[in-house]
Write a protein that binds this ligand. Structure first.
Ligand SMILES: [Zn+2]
Length: 315
């Protein structure tokens, strides 16, 4: 990491807490909860982090999340991420959590949300990191399942600020979740959604028009549709871009082909984020460093990207 990049105050707007589970913590939690793992050690687990697409990653991600059982586990997971934020001068974060990843394997909703919430509160007090938590629905599951999750979440309504949509994109368009997003918005929750990562620009249109999102997560395929580009520029709709994730999951073959700076220069409100840092090779800082190393990002561009992230906060 470069000192000048580290020193920039930044916000992170696209981070899955479950995706920040580092192999060392994964092994420690497995031991604490007496869970057998299919890997012998941290090194062989890291070696499994070679993905050809989103689905290959997700299969491993859900397997990893299985070690998270108690409130303390969710606290420790969140706290470890916040320490990284502190180290890299991320002063505000809006992380996602996927309750269905846990409730579907019998972990009560309140165990998940209480552990995360306590760590976020402590992080604000002790580390000075402000936050807003986002509840994300798994899009490979049905809208009915999402409705159930929203219902379970309502007693904890004050714990989060928004709903999101993640997991396997292709074949699960935003339109599938139109009704549950309308319900969430009627409860005063803001909407965001993953769209245009592997899925086509049409999914971004749907997220905007049907789910009425305030931000698009990823959105890098917007560049294929000029009318869409014009709209996200005119309306200054933020895109939460994740460069290392995109190259790890082969959305771009190589970082040198990434379009984030091209979008920035067109006037799109792009931001830099880590997505699932434990799996994709780094946190916000490493993502910025990758743009500097591979795309000749200037200091002025880095400042604009960091400022965009602060401007695009929901709270
Ligand atoms: Zn994501």
């Amino acid at each position: 990491m470069y000192d000048w990049l580290n020193a920039l105050p930044k916000a992170e707007l696209h981070l899955h807490l479950e995706g920040s589970l580092e192999p060392e913590l994964l092994f420690a939690l497995a031991e604490r909860n007496k869970i057998a793992l299919p890997w012998n050690d941290v090194e062989s687990l890291r070696a499994a982090y070679a993905f050809n697409n989103l689905q290959e990653f997700l299969d491993l991600y859900y397997q990893g999340a299985n070690v998270l059982r108690t409130e303390q586990d969710f606290y420790d997971l969140t706290w470890a991420y916040l320490l990284k934020c502190k180290e890299q001068n991320v002063i505000h974060t809006e992380p996602f959590f996927d309750p269905q990843t846990h409730t579907d394997r019998g972990i009560p909703f309140e165990v998940v949300v209480r552990g995360i919430q306590q760590a976020l509160k402590d992080g604000e007090k002790q580390l000075g990191i402000s936050y807003g938590l986002i509840l994300s629905f798994l899009r490979h599951l049905s809208e009915e399942e999402a409705f159930k999750t929203l219902e379970q979440a309502m007693p904890f309504r004050d714990s989060f600020i928004a709903v999101g949509l993640d997991s396997s994109e292709v074949g699960h368009p935003p339109s599938k979740f139109q009704r549950v997003f309308a319900k969430a918005r009627s409860e005063g929750l803001v909407a965001v959604a993953h769209a245009g990562e592997e899925g086509p620009p049409e999914y971004i249109w749907e997220a905007l028009d049907l789910l009425k999102v305030k931000r698009i997560d990823h959105g890098v395929r917007a560049i294929e549709d000029e009318r869409l580009m014009q709209r996200i520029i005119d309306e200054q709709i933020p895109l939460t871009v994740c460069p290392l994730s995109n190259t790890k999951l082969c959305v771009f073959e190589d970082m040198r082909q990434h379009n984030i700076l091209q979008m920035l220069e067109r006037g799109v409100k792009v931001t830099v984020n880590s997505d699932d840092p434990a799996y994709f090779g780094g946190y916000v800082g490493e993502n910025f460093a990758a743009l500097y190393d591979s795309l000749n990002m200037s200091k002025e561009q880095a400042q604009r990207l960091a400022q965009n992230s602060l401007d695009a906060r929901l709270v």
